[in-house]
Design a protein around this ligand. Structure first.
Ligand code: GLN
Length: 455
């Protein structure tokens, strides 16, 4: 895998031509929905002609197709936005391009980022980079596979409940979900506003660190952004690390547990203190997530009414049928399931029993995390209970699909930074990731610890 420095020492045109030809060579994986060939090549020529180079001068990258890139399709892998052209540029992409990076295309995802396998894409699934009979993971499946196949050194993704970390783990790449609010979400299709986070998938920790450093910071166009707190650490120090007991039970595949244990032993070997800790509320996290997130989804997807933008049913005969037919044709079954679930938990008579109750339990989970961070710098556990599952294995059973999120949703509900770091492969060669979770705004510390493990 080419590190960033080799890209920085190669003409931009050569980098882009290589990335485009790699993308075409690997078309069978269906990682990409759109290639911006001409635009990327002309930007490369421009960068090669400039004297002053940015920190990512000539480095090609890919973005998940829920990032708006001006003048280009942004489909969110849905029929709803299949012919939508983005009128603005996502701030994250704009910031990377200002440092000379070149976006070469848009990656496949589960429609509107609802899912954990990229099988919910309206345009067909992405295949796992290591085994084409298995899922890429999701919802940032196309981004993870693009990096794993070495088409680009990094790709952007979004993580609402695990969508960066889970596909990173399934394809053997680094996945970084920063602190909630660290990176502007302006120009990114909203899923669940209280947990949506933009982050990076990359082939080395160092690459993610630089990309995050460039993207982080306050944006006047997104009032939820935090002032820039991200400062990469030049050296690491002995840390206190807690192994989350509830993440290491027999419900987790034994090889996944073994890889996690090996990673933990290596941390100990490097002088860190490691102890077992308990996060009892984590057993309710999945239930809380699948109440809170659909509630927010049902409200965020309300804007797709067939009138303002997106798919419009031309055969509608009344305003009600215009809404109904447009939404019926534009959304995938999983999108509809979430809209119905969300509308139900928010409806009068059920609000207190479901939505309010879930928010209370969410607070208890946050309190438990805070109590642990009074004594520990980092928490550790697996990312997903299993390695990548077979294509089609969970498509008929949404609950099974949701279970794959059981260890990623706690950090999402609490707004905490969390990484997925490659930790080897199973005996049959499937990648396994380990998850590092930190206190809010401790992103740099997590990356420093992960970098040390890579050396
Ligand atoms: N798999 C989770 C879900 O379907 C996470 C999705 C995401 O983070 N976008 O909700």
């Amino acid at each position: 895998m080419a590190g960033l420095s080799s890209y920085l020492h190669t003409p931009a045109r050569e980098n882009v031509e290589r990335a485009l030809s790699q993308a075409k060579e690997h078309e069978a994986f269906h990682a990409l929905l759109h290639l911006s060939e001409e635009k990327a090549l002309s930007r490369a020529d421009l960068i090669d002609s400039q004297e002053k180079k940015g920190r990512l001068a000539g480095v090609p990258f890919i973005v998940k197709d829920n990032f708006l890139t001006i003048g280009e399709p942004t489909t969110a892998a849905s029929e709803m936005l299949a012919s939508f052209q983005a009128p603005v540029m996502a701030t994250a992409v704009e910031k990377l391009e200002a440092e000379g990076a070149i976006c070469i295309g848009k990656a496949n995802l589960d429609a509107f980022a609802h899912g954990g396998s990229t099988e919910n894409s309206a345009f067909g699934p992405t295949k796992n980079a290591v085994d084409q009979t298995r899922v890429a993971g999701g919802s940032s499946g196309g981004s993870a596979v693009s990096v794993a196949l070495d088409i680009v050194p990094f790709a952007l993704g979004t993580d609402t409940g695990g969508s960066i970390r889970q596909p990173a783990s399934f394809n053997g790449v680094v996945g970084v979900k920063p602190t909630y609010g660290a990176v502007s979400r302006y120009g990114v299709v909203a899923m669940a506003s209280s947990t949506d986070v933009i982050g990076v998938l990359s082939n080395t920790v160092e690459t993610s660190e630089l990309v995050l450093d460039i993207m982080a910071g306050r944006d006047a166009k997104d009032m939820t952004t935090l002032p820039d707190f991200f400062e990469p650490l030049s050296e690491s120090a002995p840390r206190k690390i807690g192994v989350i007991k509830e993440f290491m039970t027999s419900d987790v595949d034994s090889e996944v547990r073994q890889k996690t244990q090996d990673y933990i032993d290596a941390l100990r070997g490097r002088g860190h203190t490691v102890e077992e800790v308990s996060l009892p509320m984590s057993k309710y996290a999945l239930a809380v997530y699948y109440v809170v997130v659909p509630a927010e989804v049902s409200s965020n997807l309300g804007r797709y009414d067939g009138i303002r933008y997106g798919l419009r049913a031309s055969d509608a005969t009344s305003i009600a049928s215009l809404y109904g037919l447009s939404r019926d044709r534009g959304f995938m079954p999983e999108n509809k399931r979430r809209i119905m679930l969300g509308s139900y938990v928010l409806s009068s008579g059920f609000f207190d029993a479901y939505y309010l109750q879930a928010q209370k339990v969410r607070t208890l989970l946050i309190n438990e995390f805070n109590a642990l961070f009074a004594s520990y710098d980092v928490l550790i556990g697996p990312v997903v209970p299993t390695p990548a599952f077979k294509l089609g294995e969970n498509t008929d059973n949404p609950i099974h699909m949701y279970l794959s999120d059981v260890m990623t949703v706690p950090a999402s509900l609490a707004g905490l930074p969390a990484l997925s770091v490659p930790a080897g492969t199973t005996d049959s060669g499937l990648p396994v990731g380990v998850q590092l979770i930190g206190q809010r705004q401790s992103d740099a510390l997590l990356l420093a610890l992960a970098k040390e493990g890579e050396a």
